[in-house]
Design a protein around this ligand. Structure first.
Ligand code: F3S
Length: 407
């Protein structure tokens, strides 16, 4: 692989041991994927920061790197963690303490403690054509598909390697020829809310493999719906990018999105929408004791909507309602009165937290309701909690009555 003089100096250890180790990691990765050279990245989003992901060995690894002088060279935001820094959710002192150690190690390396899977709601906004090294699968899809930045599906160590060296190997979605659509999904039914978009994502993921679906026939959807679609594609499949005609900067038309590729077409109609929404519910128990919204983390619009829907209502004493967001959006929501409104109704608005990466199963929850395709996909396996899947209104009705509503 061709390296610049500065990259060679990093590889020779002239910028310290952590930089040498990370440069060596990226060069090896580049060789595996036949990259001809490294690319400078404009930003990184460090992922894999939860206790569940890193364990004690990974925690020590991060602490040692920070102590040995590893420092980021490009703006680096941080992904979600398994706690809310501002309150004790009952996961235990050891868990909380270890999570704080991880957070502090990354902070010491110069990362911003944003603790969110939606850093783009916090002002981290890559531009069209920028090369970046972001982890967190839902954020990867968003940057490629909505913003038109160039980003591979990175893992935790490679995001940190890119943050510290300011480089990433040139392969995969950094190259224009790998960004063409491979399957067409014609949407022939109106999609109302984010759970409908999550169902569309699961439908396309089941057909596209590691390819790039092109969605055609949708009017300009609201931002949160695009986020939900991407999160579903990334979790129920291994998708890192989609095209939406008229939305993705590289997809002004269906032809442009396909770039000459011959692609099979699938239709997503009313029947498929109903079928997938049912399929994504793994719960049989209509009694619900846990309602979790905000996966990916809620935007200000979503918090305002939840606050409005809860006006004059009370969450059942048998149910916990957790609404997840990040420190920035929560701060704004607090100013606007949305946090008070949700908490007055009996819910809580958490920051930093990813429920899936925490340990809700240890709190005794048995039956979940969510409007998140990603959580509906992961919670039954990772947290051993079966989930009902539906729109925000149904989830809040479950929170108030303690029962998942019938059709
Ligand atoms: Fe974010 Fe965790 Fe959901 S990373 S997308 S809150 S599973």
């Amino acid at each position: 692989m061709k390296l610049t003089d500065q990259e060679k100096a990093m590889l020779d250890g002239q910028h310290g041991e952590p930089t040498r180790m990370f440069m060596s990691m990226l060069v090896t990765l580049g060789e595996i994927y036949d990259a001809s050279h490294l690319l400078p990245v404009q930003s990184a989003h460090a992922s894999g920061l939860s206790v569940r992901t890193l364990g004690e060995a990974g925690t020590r690894w991060a602490e040692d790197l920070a102590a040995d002088g590893a420092r980021v060279r490009v703006p680096t935001s941080m992904n979600v963690i398994g706690i809310d820094r501002t309150r004790d959710l009952g996961f235990g002192a050891e868990w909380n303490e270890r999570q704080l150690r991880i957070m502090k190690a990354y902070e010491r390396m110069g990362c911003y403690v944003t603790s969110s899977c939606v850093p783009y709601y916090q002002g981290f906004l890559p531009r069209f054509g920028e090369h970046i090294a972001w982890g967190e699968s839902s954020a990867v899809v968003f940057t490629n598909s909505v913003l038109g930045a160039r980003n591979n599906r990175e893992g935790g160590p490679s995001t940190l390697a890119s943050a510290v060296t300011g480089r990433t190997p040139c392969f995969g979605l950094h190259l224009a020829e790998n960004r063409r659509g491979t399957l067409v999904c014609k949407v022939e039914t109106p999609l109302e809310d984010i759970s409908d978009f999550g169902a569309l994502g699961a439908f396309a993921a089941a057909r596209v493999g590691t390819g790039i679906p092109v969605f055609d026939g949708l009017p300009q959807p609201q931002l949160e719906k695009l986020v939900s679609l991407g999160a579903s594609l990334a979790s129920s499949g291994s998708v890192a990018m989609y095209h939406m005609v008229g939305v993705t900067p590289e997809a002004p038309s269906l032809e442009a999105a396909l770039g000459g590729n011959q692609a099979e077409t699938f239709v997503f109609g009313r029947k498929e929408l109903t079928e997938y929404k049912e399929k994504m519910s793994s719960n049989q128990n209509r009694e619900v004791d846990f309602v979790a919204l905000g996966c990916p983390h809620c935007s200000i619009n979503q918090l305002a909507e939840i606050a409005r829907l809860l006006e004059g209502k009370k969450v059942s004493g048998k149910v916990r309602l957790w609404v997840q967001t990040n420190v920035s959006v929560r701060g704004l929501a607090q100013q606007l009165g949305c946090v008070d409104a949700i908490e007055k109704a009996g819910g809580i608005v958490t920051q930093d937290l990813c429920v899936v990466l925490s340990r809700p199963e240890d709190l005794g929850f048995k039956s979940l309701a969510t409007n998140s395709a990603k959580m509906a996909f992961y919670a039954p396996g990772s947290n051993k909690i079966p989930a009902w899947y539906g729109n925000v209104e149904r989830c809040l009705e479950a929170a108030i009555t303690g029962f998942w509503p019938g059709v």
